[in-house]
Every structure is written in C-alpha cells, then in structure tokens.
Design a protein around this ligand. Structure first.
Ligand SMILES: [Zn+2]
Length: 150
C-alpha cells in the first residue's frame, strides 16, 4: 500500500475495494496536483459514487488516518477573486464582502470550494530479488533449525 493508514477507513465500514482504489489513485497523482485533489475527479476515474467519494475523502482527513487535509477556498463567484483560504470548517466566514467587486455574499454554497491536499508521502515497499533470495535460502534453514530444536 502507498498509504497504510488508509486501513483505518475500515473502522468507518469503508469496503476494501474502495480503500484500495483510493490508495492507488492517491499514490499515482503527479506532484503538481497533490495539493489540489478533487473527490469528483476520483469518482470519475474509479467509478465510485460521487457522494461516497466525498465521504471517504473527508474521512481520510481524520486523526489516525490523516492522509489528506481539507482546504476551503472562499472565492467570489461573481469575479472569481479569492477572498481567503482556510483549513478549518469553523473558519469559513458566514458572509463576506468581495474586496474586488464589492458583492455581498451570504450563501456558503456559492463561495466555498473544497480541495484536498495529500499531506504524507506515499510509501511503496519494493522487495528486491536479492531480498527474496535471502528469504528463500533462509526459510528452509530456519525450518531445519526449528525442527532440530523440537
Ligand atoms: Zn467579487
């Protein structure tokens, strides 16, 4: 696995196939995009339902899993000016006045976009042929030693 802590999703009753798809998808993102991951793109790429994709992304930000971090971009929908970027739901303003066009914005859904950042490095354990040879050599010997001890 690229991100072993994703196994923590099982606690939330997320099935193995979805975990494996998420792990593979996150582990193969290009560096340029890892701070702007979109669960809807994940949904398109893997065929996993949109709402479920958003749900597992949100769960992946939880303590104990902590593979992703949510980033909320507060942006004026009328002139596309970014007002603020926050990392906590609590910090999303209830309303704001756009610095650029002066629009008075009061409806969350109009001005908040959620992105996810990958916050840990993928760890791919590659077992080389040399290591496998050692295991093959040692195993029968290990058994022999073990049987001699019985
Ligand atoms: Zn504006």
């Amino acid at each position: 696995m690229f991100f072993p802590t994703l196994n923590g999703l099982k606690m939330y009753k997320i099935d193995d196939i979805s975990i494996s798809k998420l792990d593979g998808w996150l582990g193969t993102r290009r560096k340029a995009v890892i701070d702007s991951l979109n669960p809807l793109q994940f949904s398109v790429d893997t065929g996993i339902d949109e709402q479920y994709s958003i749900y597992i992304f949100a769960l992946s930000t939880q303590i104990g899993i902590a593979v992703l971090k949510a980033r909320y971009v507060i942006e004026c929908p009328l002139c596309d000016t970014v007002y603020k970027v926050v990392y906590d739901l609590e910090d999303i303003p209830k309303c704001f006045v756009c610095n650029e066009c002066g629009s008075n914005l009061k409806n969350h859904e109009d001005y908040v976009t959620i992105w996810f950042e990958l916050i840990i490095e993928p760890q791919e354990i590659i077992i080389s042929e040399d290591v496998l040879d050692v295991v093959r050599t040692v195993s029968p010997l290990g058994k022999l030693v073990a049987s001699a001890l019985v």
